[in-house]
Design a protein around this ligand. Sequence first.
Ligand code: HEC
Ligand code: HEC
Ligand code: HEC
Length: 101
Amino acid sequence: MRTLIIGLLLSALAAGTALAVYPSKTINYAGCGAGPVAFSGRHHSQPCSRCHNQQTFPRMQQGEVSITMAAIDEGRLCGSCHNGRQAFASKDNCQRCHQSQ
Ligand code: HEC
Ligand code: HEC
Ligand code: HEC
């Protein structure tokens, strides 16, 4: 597993791909009608393994995990932090993630 992650990291660097959590890198989600969501490295400087683990986002590739609001509200995926303790809660803060169009 460790070799796989290092391999992915090296190939990402070799391909010149900006990593998800570089301050300059943003992953954009369409938002399924609720307004687009920009996941920005500027706000997310935690260790890679905090998010890239079996329970959360196992693959370092956008779209590998389909993110639902139900999962977030249950404290999984983005909700493992956005629960009102580590970071602002998903409930009552829709517009902090879903930008109006
Ligand atoms: C706060 C959570 C979080 C942290 C910390 C994090 N990532 Fe990610 N990363 C994500 C998410 C979410 C995705 C998109 C996954 C998906 O859509 O299935 C992603 C995707 C990626 C991608 C693919 C980007 C693309 O454009 O497809 C790479 C490469 C990546 N991460 C590398 C890293 C590296 C290297 C680290 C540590 C230096 C790291 N990530 C730390 C959440 C995180
Ligand atoms: C490892 C914990 C962690 C995970 C996982 C995580 N976040 Fe965050 N996020 C934070 C922290 C900490 C902040 C800084 C804001 C705060 O203190 O509440 C933040 C800030 C943000 C902001 C900035 C909002 C603003 O008003 O400035 C957005 C948008 C955001 N996160 C979206 C997401 C999305 C989308 C995901 C899932 C793909 C995600 N986050 C996963 C910890 C996390
Ligand atoms: C921490 C960031 C965050 C917050 C806060 C948040 N969302 Fe989301 N939401 C997302 C992400 C990421 C997706 C997946 C978008 C995609 O795949 O295009 C999503 C998807 C959705 C979807 C479509 C998928 C589904 O499961 O229904 C709806 C509807 C939605 N959000 C509504 C809301 C509402 C209403 C609130 C406030 C009560 C809210 N969201 C708060 C990040 C967030």
